[in-house]
Design a binder for this molecule. Sequence first.
Ligand SMILES: Nc1ncnc2c1ncn2[C@@H]1O[C@H](COP(=O)(O)OP(=O)(O)OP(=O)(O)O)[C@@H](O)[C@H]1O
Ligand SMILES: [Mg+2]
Length: 242
Amino acid sequence: MQDNSHRHNEKALSSERLAAAGNVASEVAHELNTPLGGILIYSHLLLEDMPEGHEHRENIIKIVKLANRCKIIVKSLLDFAHTETLSLKKTQVNHVLKSTVYFMEGHVLLKNIRISYELDPDLPEIVVDENKLEQLFVNFIINAGEAMNNSGAIVLRSRPAPDGNGVIVQFSDTGCGISEKHLNRIFEPFFTTKERGKGTGLGLSICHGIVKLHGGNIEVDSVVGEGTTFTLFLSNPPKGTV
Ligand SMILES: Nc1ncnc2c1ncn2[C@@H]1O[C@H](COP(=O)(O)OP(=O)(O)OP(=O)(O)O)[C@@H](O)[C@H]1O
Ligand SMILES: [Mg+2]
């Protein structure tokens, strides 16, 4: 990208701060999960007993919708906190990239977005947790979709790491870009520039956690008004650990 691009390396994020945020997140999520389940059950019971056209029906429907929104946030918090256990196996990252896009086909955010690939056909397999990798890729693709206003392009790239022991994956979009002011905050838990109710600001924190667990690294380059590229460095775990 050009001279005015901003680069940020998330290595700078303090791991103690993230671990502390993870602990708080998991406690809050567990505490909220049960009462939230109760709110949903009881509001559904009320709805069942309420005849169509009842004056309180609309309000109960709103309660159900809002409680469902809370459930999504609690789920993100649990994802954020529960990234310690990995189920590792030899994986072809190109396949995971393709299957993730395939599984997201039809997503409303990607309706008018061109998605293309520049994948190295000789990419070596690496030992990773395939489900977590998919979760990681989904987050980058959704963020890219959200950064574009229903038109633009996403390019997914892969190549072997120069040290021969890993792969490099890139997600480039032609979206709004990230200002310098925000760039060093995007991996912080709960940091979001999206309007209330749209983003919880946990997507990239979850990505950061997943990449760290794989011993990897994320870099971001962005030009406001032009687009953003996230680069992931993923390596094989050290010998003897799998
Ligand atoms: N591809 C991108 N283009 C522009 N800005 C981005 C991109 N990816 C992330 N961001 C910025 O980083 C912020 C944090 O992203 P993150 O995924 O953590 O949270 P979110 O998308 O706001 O909410 P959530 O993912 O929880 O729904 C976003 O609010 C946005 O400002
Ligand atoms: Mg996000």
